[in-house]
Design a protein around this ligand. Structure first.
Ligand code: FMN
Length: 435
């Protein structure tokens, strides 16, 4: 994909070198356009070396190719990071006083993502907020800045989101924009009913008609060698039941299946994964155009630090092996961060399997998990060797971040899935009334 990466004159410009690497390593062709001020923070040589293209910030360079026209027409995605207060203002008011702003005006309906970074006072200033509002109303995706330590000793909202979060949001925007007509135009747009089904609006029987739901199910397996793995007891039955219930509610369903003991239900798109890292990649990709993400898979918290290429043998002449583990990424938390950074209208549901122990009961641990993960709903079940895993019945409590009363559901895993999907439908109807 041809990407134009605009860089504004802020301290965070140095972080954008990492963003550029993420784009080029993913195989994209990136032309960097720094502003004049940006070149005071990071030199042209850095952008040229990392992008492999000449870099300019003036419309009067390479006039024979009319750079801004060519770049604007060829761009399939424009990302501006850091978007300074000044750049937001210039873009919002359609100024064309350098190569980047000229290119933005030439870009037609190319998706544009801006990642602002500035001091909190500048970000919260009514002038900046009005500019952001104006850009968003014209279809530009303006990310919310992250909160935290700023250039000086101060902290607050205004930090550039991490390069990985900008990269994921940008890929999501490009992916959503490339989707067939009728799909939402990107995270900045509000992804409500989006297929021909939706024309009729959701009905009581098919409350998720027109929506895309991604469900993860089963248990991840973390290889130790070509033969062995660390796994868990998840059968995938609850996740499969959720996928079937979402399909029956009218949704287009994508099932991210780790190891499952039951077949995937008919009528869902199946994506098979094995490890937590594979599930992470598939989930972030699928979430980009999903209205609802339900993370029901049992994901390993840890994976072996080293994976042997050959079978680990019992040997009398060497000591028995010791397995060191490293932490897997927190997929649920990451999905929430990317959704929030992209200001995407998406409901995220987590699952918690808790055993309870001397330090707390199941609900206490689940409430703490909900606070940590910041997903919208958390479905909690108590697990143990003879409870839940592999069984055909389940008993859960649904906790909501908005603070609604915990809701209990029990019965077959299909009954529980239907209750969860009903609850999701009710949450969606509460946020955005049916059209
Ligand atoms: C050390 C330093 C750090 C700056 N950091 C930021 C910043 O993070 N965000 C911002 O909006 N402006 C920042 N500025 C101000 C911009 O550089 C200034 O508004 C400039 O005109 C922006 O030009 P541009 O939008 O064409 O890149 C900073 C200035 C200095 C000297």
């Amino acid at each position: 994909m041809r990407i134009v990466l605009g860089v504004g004159g802020g301290i965070a410009a140095y972080k954008v070198a990492s963003l550029l690497r993420l784009f080029t390593e993913a195989g994209h062709d990136v032309t960097v356009i720094p502003t004049e001020a940006a070149t005071r923070f990071v030199g042209v040589a850095t952008w040229e070396a990392l992008s492999g293209h000449p870099v300019s910030n003036s419309v009067f360079d390479a006039v024979d190719t009319v750079n801004h026209v060519r770049l604007g027409h060829q761009a399939e995605l424009i990302v501006v990071a850091p978007a300074t207060a000044d750049l937001l203002a210039r873009a919002a008011t359609g100024q064309a006083d350098d190569l980047l702003t000229n290119t933005l005006l030439m870009a037609g309906d190319c998706p544009v993502l801006m990642a602002p970074a500035m001091h909190t006072e500048m970000w919260q200033h009514p002038a900046t907020q009005a500019n952001v509002e104006s850009l968003r109303s014209r279809g530009v995706t303006v990310l919310e800045p992250a909160s935290g330590r700023l250039t000086g000793a101060d902290s607050g909202p205004g930090r550039l989101p991490e390069p990985e979060a900008i990269f994921t949001a940008a890929m999501a925007l490009a992916g959503a924009s490339a989707a067939p007509a009728g799909r939402p135009a990107g995270p900045g747009s509000q992804p409500r009913p989006n297929t021909e089904d939706a024309a009729a609006g959701p009905s009581a029987a098919r409350p998720l008609a027109g929506l895309t739901v991604t469900v993860s199910a089963g248990g991840t397996r973390e290889p130790l060698d070509p033969v062995r793995f660390l796994g868990n007891r998840s059968s995938g039955k609850q996740g499969a039941a959720l996928a079937a219930a979402a399909r029956d509610a009218g949704a287009r369903v994508r099932l991210l299946a780790a190891h499952m003991e039951v077949p995937a239900p008919d009528g869902v798109e199946l994506i098979q994964v094995e490890t937590a890292l594979e599930l992470r990649k598939a989930a972030l990709h699928a979430a980009a155009d999903s209205d609802v993400v339900i993370m029901a898979a049992a994901v390993a918290d840890f994976r072996p630090a080293d994976v042997s290429d050959t079978k680990i043998k019992k040997r009398d002449d060497v000591a028995d092996p010791v397995i060191s583990l490293v932490r897997n990424p927190d997929i649920l938390r990451e999905l929430v961060e990317v959704r929030d950074a992209a200001a995407r209208n998406q409901l995220i549901v987590g699952f918690a399997a808790e055993t309870g122990d001397a330090g707390g009961d199941v609900l206490e641990y689940a409430r703490a998990k909900l606070r940590r993960k910041a997903c919208d709903l958390l479905v909690v079940n108590q697990v143990g060797r003879d409870k839940v895993f592999g069984e055909d019945t389940n008993s859960v409590v649904i906790l909501s971040r908005a603070g609604a009363e915990p809701q209990e559901a029990s019965g077959s895993k299909s009954d529980v899935a239907a209750a969860v999907i009903d609850r999701i439908s009710a949450e969606l109807a509460r946020v955005v009334p049916p059209v």
